[in-house]
Design a protein around this ligand. Sequence first.
Ligand code: ATP
Ligand code: MG
Length: 391
Amino acid sequence: MQPDLLIARFGELWLKGDNRHQFTARLQKNLAGALRAAGLRGGQLRIHEARMMWEPGNASDLPAAFEIFRNTPGLANVSACVRAPKNIEALGDAAVELVRQTWTGPQSTFVCRARRVDKHFPENGPLIERTIGDRIGHVVSNWRVDLRTPAHTLLVEILRDFACVSATNADCVGGLPVGTAGRGLLLLSGGLDSPVAGFLAQKRGCELDAVYFHSPPYIPEASREKVEALARNLAARQGGLRLHVAHFTEIQNAIHSACDPKLTVILYRRFMYRIAAAIAERAGIQTLCTGESLGQVASQTLENLRTVDRLTDKLTLRPLIGQDKSEIVAVAHRIGTYETSILPAEDCCTLFVPRHPAVRAPEGVLEANEAKLDVQALIDEALARTVVVQL
Ligand code: ATP
Ligand code: MG
């Protein structure tokens, strides 16, 4: 017996009123795109009985699709289901068989839960849970029932059209479908933080473009490839993504040769914000997003963040502002960017940077340093040499 149906439930999206349909339609489009991108073809995706359902063309596609559902914003949880005749004996038989095959690991804890949408089904929820819970209890006889925090849940769902059981259930990322909150431009480096920031913006419905500042030949191609791999992770959640690769070498050279070394990082950052704002403007995007976290490094003090904010008229989202590194790392693991982010690769932010960069830089001092540069010409050149990679 193999699960042959995924059922996922909507999260916060369900609170939406009259425009709920727009949200579910976008979610369906995002899922279809992600399934297609993963090469899972021939399945059928539909919204039925207030749930998102997917029937695979080939049952062996189910585990891969399960992971896609888990990582797609807008869903609360997902189950790998087996359908059974709509009576309690048949459902119990299916549950026993499924548990026998699936819960093969070491001794653990479990619970049986029932959702009875079809109120004509003779047994009510608690009775279904007790009856089927008893039966599976005989299969995993040395396991303990845990009503609060079970490691495994056997879910019985009695819908109007059919009934099913599932022994594999997981929480999804929650949030809102990507694309329902408008668009943003993510400043994406190869580090741990910015991909996680991008994911969190996506999770609240923001559809992303990304910009990466690249400095050849100082920075190797491997760094750029790493950023592309991270961008692909974000792209999968929204059916594609445009990565703008901005040429940063001349700007770094100019700052290095003319400006106070203590200000190097914050001056880099000021150019990044100006160029990002210009790219966003051209793409019709009003919001920037960065991986900055308050106080994490010298360039991320309140004072330094404020000086970059004042350079553009865009709204800048900083989803990580209140997060510790350990929290960021946990999300990176969850979304699958950690392994790529920790690959050794240089980033332009470490180029020509002194050991003790300024944590506080008065605006007047920054402007006096920039007065030694032809700021507009440098920006124009970087923009002219920006290339777009469609992922
Ligand atoms: P990350 O882990 O995202 O690289 P970080 O902790 O290294 O962040 P910084 O190097 O100070 O922090 O960068 C702060 C933010 O500036 C990054 O999160 C990212 O949004 C942006 N940024 C830094 N370097 C680049 C780059 N080369 N291209 C695009 N954005 C960048
Ligand atoms: Mg970095």
